[in-house]
Design a protein around this ligand. Structure first.
Ligand SMILES: [Zn+2]
Length: 132
């Protein structure tokens, strides 16, 4: 199960380690408030965090929409983290929790392994329509 708070950053002590030179050692923290609403706290970073199309600087506390939020941490889009139903790591296709080990290896993973495999098969067919 999810432990709170969830910390994100480049340092190895984080729950989610983001290997990106634009990410600070302790970039952001996610934790639920008393009502269970997930809140993002921006850590000691010059780059800040984008939530949807809004940007937040160090020290900001940002309540996240219960329906989910797209966080961008660091300059590269690969560090995009999706929060579905206020839960970090839900599969974009089936909604199942993506295993934590997978998220640690690929924090930007949008799908569980089963859905990712299906997605890759579909993408492959789109690229080569003559193949079955
Ligand atoms: Zn899935």
């Amino acid at each position: 199960m999810q432990r709170w708070p969830l910390t994100l950053g480049r340092a190895l002590g984080n729950d989610v380690v983001l290997d990106d030179p634009h990410v600070a050692a302790y970039h952001a923290t996610l934790s639920p408030d008393a009502q269970g609403q997930l809140t993002l706290t921006v850590g000691d970073t010059v780059n800040g965090v984008s939530v949807g199309n809004r940007h937040f600087a160090a020290g900001a506390r940002v309540p996240l929409e219960p329906g989910g939020a797209a966080l961008q941490i660091g300059a590269v889009s690969e560090a995009l983290l999706r929060l579905k139903e206020s839960r970090y790591g839900g599969c974009a296709d089936c909604g199942a929790q993506i295993p934590f080990e997978r998220l640690q290896a690929e924090p930007w993973a949008l799908r569980c392994l089963a859905c990712e495999a299906l997605h890759e098969v579909r993408s492959e067919r789109l690229r080569s329509p003559n193949r079955i």
